[in-house]
Design a protein around this ligand. Structure first.
Ligand SMILES: [Zn+2]
Length: 338
């Protein structure tokens, strides 16, 4: 396979410098996991287009930190993509390797403003012609887009298939890399959606997760419920999807329920929960300590701890059994793969 990476080096990328360096390095190291004979080219562009590496074996691709990445200048995005496609095709053809798989990856914020040879229309035609070949794939990594839909729209402007356009969030990319290195993840998140995302991520990477949460209900100014829990969500056992997280809950939250402890719309401001959350956080620490030291002698295990903030009672309970048809559990241990 041949990977032609087209990297935006224009001034608008400068606030992303560190994240781009780690993002590109990470991309190359992911490619190295596949033992096939893959060659890598890097084209960096600002006002001009520069072919930095041409057809280098993956093992010899230096870190982008060594190669250097100093954004500046304007964005000749259309010219950079077009010249990369044509140069790659010409080189492979000259070597009799035109049947080889080619992946063209474009990492940019999409703000074209200085191409002289190609327009959106002529680039679009060029990409469509190549995308129609069975061995060519185009991937758009959109930096700085507010949503996936926006990244897809920017990719679609270049005739990249929507399925191959990804929103590449530099901050998130750095965060996810750090999260992958964790031995245990302890979460205290405000929304079901966030809990679902982290739970799935941890399952994929076989990271034990301790999820803590608290909900408060009021009637007028009276506290009617202060209910918290600590859940050990551990690979091999029930996940949050096996249990209480479902599409209906996520959709309802997306539609109408804002994050917050008290979802009573008439509630007078945020309730004070730090002392109750402190109990849950301490209990989560005990779970982590038990994983490392086994101090409980098996008395803790993979459980749920339910907490009544009004009485102070903290009780250990059993997790439900794993659901055989759980789609989140089916992703367990897949890592970043499909
Ligand atoms: Zn599950």
């Amino acid at each position: 396979m041949h990977v032609a990476f087209v990297l935006d080096r224009s001034g608008s990328m400068s606030h992303l410098t560190d994240a781009v360096i780690s993002g590109v390095d990470e991309f190359v190291s992911e490619l190295r996991r596949d033992p096939g004979d893959t060659r890598f080219s890097l084209t960096a562009f600002d006002t001009r287009v520069e072919h930095v590496h041409i057809a280098v074996p993956l093992a010899e691709v230096p870190s982008l930190a060594e190669t250097g990445y100093e954004p500046g200048g304007m964005t000749a995005l259309f010219d950079a993509v077009a010249h990369t496609v044509l140069a790659t095709d010409e080189r492979l053809r000259g070597q009799g390797r035109e049947a080889e798989k080619v992946m063209v990856v474009v990492m940019t914020d999409g703000l074209e403003n200085s191409s002289t040879d190609y327009t959106a229309r002529t680039l679009n035609e060029l990409i469509q012609a190549y995308d129609g070949r069975p061995n060519w794939t185009f991937v758009y990594l959109g930096a700085g887009h507010a949503s996936l839909a926006e990244a897809q729209a920017a990719g679609a402007d270049l005739a990249f298939e929507r399925g191959n356009a990804m929103r590449w969030q530099a901050e998130e990319a750095g965060l996810l890399m750090a999260l992958k290195e964790a031995n245990v993840v302890v979460t205290a998140l405000d929304t079901f959606r966030a809990r679902e995302m982290v739970d799935r991520f941890c399952r994929r990477h076989l990271i034990p997760q301790i999820d803590i949460g608290m909900v408060i209900k009021t009637k007028k100014e009276r506290l009617t419920l202060a209910s918290g829990q600590v859940i050990a969500s551990i690979p091999g056992f029930a996940c949050l999807r096996c249990w209480f997280l479902d599409d209906a809950t996520l959709n309802e939250e997306a539609r109408e329920r804002p994050p917050g402890y008290d979802r009573n719309p008439g509630a007078p401001g945020d309730p004070q929960v730090v002392s109750m959350n402190g109990t849950l956080a301490s209990e989560a620490c005990n779970c982590v300590l038990d994983m490392v030291t086994a101090f409980s002698g098996g008395r803790r295990g993979v459980k749920v701890w339910r907490y009544d903030g009004r009485t102070g009672v903290l009780e250990q309970g059993e997790l439900p059994s794993r659901r055989a048809d759980c789609d989140a559990c089916a992703e367990e241990a897949l890592g970043d793969g499909h």
